[in-house]
Design a protein around this ligand. Sequence first.
Ligand code: SAJ
Length: 433
Amino acid sequence: MSTLLDKIKRHEAQVAVIGIGYVGLPLATEMAKAGFRTVGYDKSDEKVRAVNAGRSYIKDIADADLAPLVKEGRLRASSDPSVLGAADVVVICVPTPLNKTKEPDNGFIIAAAEDLKPRLHKDQLVVLESTTFPGFTREVLLPKLQESGLKVGQDFYLCFSPERVDPGNPKYHTKNTPKVVGGTTPKCLAAIQAMYGEVIERLVPVSSTDAAEMVKLLENTFRAVNIGLVNEVAIMAQKLGLDSWEIIEAAASKPFGFMPFYPGPGLGGHCIPVDPLYLSWKLKTLKYEARFIELADDINTHMPHFVVEKVATALNGDKKAVNGSRVLVLGVAYKRDIDDVRESPALDVIELLQDRGAEVSYHDPWAASVRIGEHTLKSKPLDGLDGYDAVVIVTDHSNVDYARVVREARLVIDTRNATRKVRGEARGRVIGL
Ligand code: SAJ
């Protein structure tokens, strides 16, 4: 242990990050910036080539950050698993999606563990950052790694530390976001505190890897349940003839005991719609039904249908059917000012409109094309707005001229309150969520 701690102290420890995506690349960059020779291990040759050419594919990491580290030899990428054996510290940052039946798919972590196991060596620190259910590190990853014959807390150290990357957040990034850390044994915890303490401004140690796993799931379940609540408020407000955004903005004036969330067309991204279901799945194995999580998931996944019903009703107001209408969806990314369309509710809205016979186009300055079923749609220029029977704002990117949209479009359905400041200039009806 002392050699590992000495190496960390002297910044001579070598780091390998398995999975250099939106979590792994920023972490690898911070480790290299702190002076640790770091290698990003990834099966994607494209990612490996880009990093070694000093080119970032992650919006929050500029080439200007990456290239000098690569040039100085402090950061590189490789698809050769032997780099794992040379590392003193290995951090696993691979995806943890749901499978088709909405159950946890930890296949990428298991594959990473299989790559690591034959290369695991004495005094190595292994950290899992991928979001998973409480108990996974202890029940699944630990036995897998101990098949190597090495003993945790004695020969190697195994920890869990949840990632807290908020893509596109201008203020918080890897270094200045407090980091929760949990160890399998006290020595494991000491090892991760030594290592992460050299890179991240504030650590939040907890009593176990299970606790650290649960912290992450609470954070994201908190968001999913509160978004589900305000989406139901939007549904209730419609029945009450109220404007949900007005109600929430006014409630947000309460300086204590309230935190605003806003209704929208549904829940996108690969975290908030997914992580809470890891928790409810685990509790099901313990014969408990996590009702808030399931209810929030029901409401959030219903929102695209709610939006399409709204479009249908609005078109009816112009004596038009959805069938045969030309509809422009404005914004397809899962949230504003990013290019990621994974799990985006816009994809559901487009598909549901197409199923009802609408001729659907989209415009998104961040996303040039999207796959809808077997077809690929390309972003249309924001022209000829009066040629559409309806324009549906699904993602409220900042770089769209909403004044122009309401001036030119005949009918606008605004699911993000993006037109709140320009409705006075509207040519036709602007309908909120
Ligand atoms: N959304 C709403 N209403 C809201 C907030 C969000 O409808 O009031 C929607 C968004 O449009 C989006 C989805 O929910 O479709 C998720 O939004 P998000 O803001 O949670 O963004 P993510 O998933 O990119 O990032 C979140 C992080 N976000 C914040 O803390 C602001 C954080 O929870 C995690 O660091 C990250 O997930 C993760 O990796 O777990």
